[in-house]
Design a protein around this ligand. Structure first.
Ligand SMILES: O=C(O)CCC(=O)C(=O)O
Ligand SMILES: [Fe+2]
Length: 207
């Protein structure tokens, strides 16, 4: 068996950072957030092909994508024109505990992976501020997360993310390719209509 490549510098995985009660509280916060700003079906720039996840956001800015305008941050929901719900305190606290970033993130993307959903390898680079790390939380069904290097198509290593786990992409890992190749669908009862919720916080504007 070929050994897995090393993790890039700045990659951190905190297994079970949130206990089950804290995970349930985060799910309640997501429920409240999506009652204000519902999940919508994002589409790829130009082709208009649907992504396999549905999305919403918390924060003063949210990451959105559609056929017409592509990847970007917007202060309002693309379908309702209404603001996103505020970033929950538990997530802001997490950000300041696991990063040394002096400012708060403006955005937290909410990805909902239902049966068969995954996310192709990509770099998070729609932010004007890439010194700040990316912090993400996994809730519900386990996922196989893939983390590669700065170049497209390089070798990647797999890490299983369980409910309550936190991942930080800082340093060199901040601009490394990553994705989600598989969800172990139906393993967890945490997410009300099943699947996996991923919460990804990002700082968008320079500080
Ligand atoms: O679902 C995940 O763990 C990763 C999500 C992600 O990479 C993203 O939303 O940019
Ligand atoms: Fe990403």
């Amino acid at each position: 068996m070929t050994p897995q490549p090393p993790f890039p510098q700045g990659f951190a995985h905190y297994p079970l950072y949130f206990d089950p009660a804290q995970q349930a509280a985060l799910i309640d916060a997501v429920k409240a957030g999506v009652s204000q700003a519902p999940f919508y079906q994002p589409t790829m720039p130009r082709t208009g092909a649907p992504l396999s996840v549905v999305m919403s956001n918390f924060g003063s800015l949210g990451w959105v994508t559609d056929k017409e305008k592509g990847y970007r941050y917007e202060a309002v929901h693309p379908k309702t024109g209404m603001p996103w719900a505020a970033l929950p305190d538990a997530l802001l606290t997490l950000w300041h505990k696991v990063t040394d970033c002096p400012v708060a993130p403006e955005a937290c993307l909410i990805n909902w992976y239902r049966a068969g959903a995954k996310m192709g390898m990509h770099v998070d680079n729609d932010e004007k501020e890439v010194r700040a790390p990316v912090v993400s939380v996994s809730l519900g069904d386990p996922a196989t997360f893939r983390i590669g290097g700065p170049k497209r198509g390089g070798r990647a290593r797999s890490v299983k993310l369980q409910s309550g786990d936190v991942v930080v992409l800082a340093g060199e890992a901040r601009l490394c390719h990553h994705g989600v190749s598989k969800i172990d669908y139906g393993q967890s009862a945490l997410v009300p209509r099943g699947g996996r919720i991923n919460l990804t916080m990002r700082r968008v504007n320079p500080y």
